[in-house]
Design a protein around this ligand. Structure first.
Ligand code: FES
Ligand code: FES
Length: 147
């Protein structure tokens, strides 16, 4: 079926099947490869996107459910946390990074100066498989200072 997705302010007409995930549609039909597929089970957060401003795992949302709503992927973000990730060396394997960036931007939007515990809580749905959390938290702290 053909549906229209609004992603990062642009309309994308995509041809999906009923059970297709938003993540699959973004990557395979809309050509937006920033959101990563690392588990497809809602466990790792690498597919994090904003749906009408709320943080969701795109692998758990059906593409058809996103029709009529505004999706923002890492490609559409413009947030100080992106620069902060680069400066602190928080971009490590790059696989989990897009999800961390979307989740961190969401956190700082809601809470501009989070405590370490609040950071841990907010990013607890995002897994780094190489235990690189220290630099990621440094990046969020730096972005919070600048925001
Ligand atoms: S790919 Fe969606 S949570 Fe892991
Ligand atoms: S930096 Fe991505 S999994 Fe560790």
């Amino acid at each position: 079926m053909k549906i229209e997705l609004s992603v990062n302010g642009e309309a994308h007409e995509v041809d999906v099947w009923e059970g297709e995930s938003l993540l699959y549609a973004l990557r395979e039909h809309a050509g937006l490869y920033g959101s990563k597929n690392a588990c497809e089970q809602g466990e790792c957060g690498s597919c994090s996107v904003l749906l009408d401003g709320s943080l969701v795992c795109a692998c758990l949302v059906l593409a058809v459910q996103a029709e009529g709503h505004e999706v923002v992927t890492v490609e559409g973000l413009d947030h100080p946390v992106q620069e902060a990730f680069v400066e602190t060396g928080a971009v490590q394997c790059g696989f989990c990074t897009p999800g961390f960036i979307v989740a961190a931007a969401d956190l700082l939007q809601r809470n501009p100066s989070p405590s370490d515990d609040e950071m841990r809580e907010a990013l607890s749905g995002n897994l780094c498989r190489c235990t690189g959390y220290a630099k990621i938290f440094d990046a969020v702290r730096l972005a919070a200072e600048r925001a």
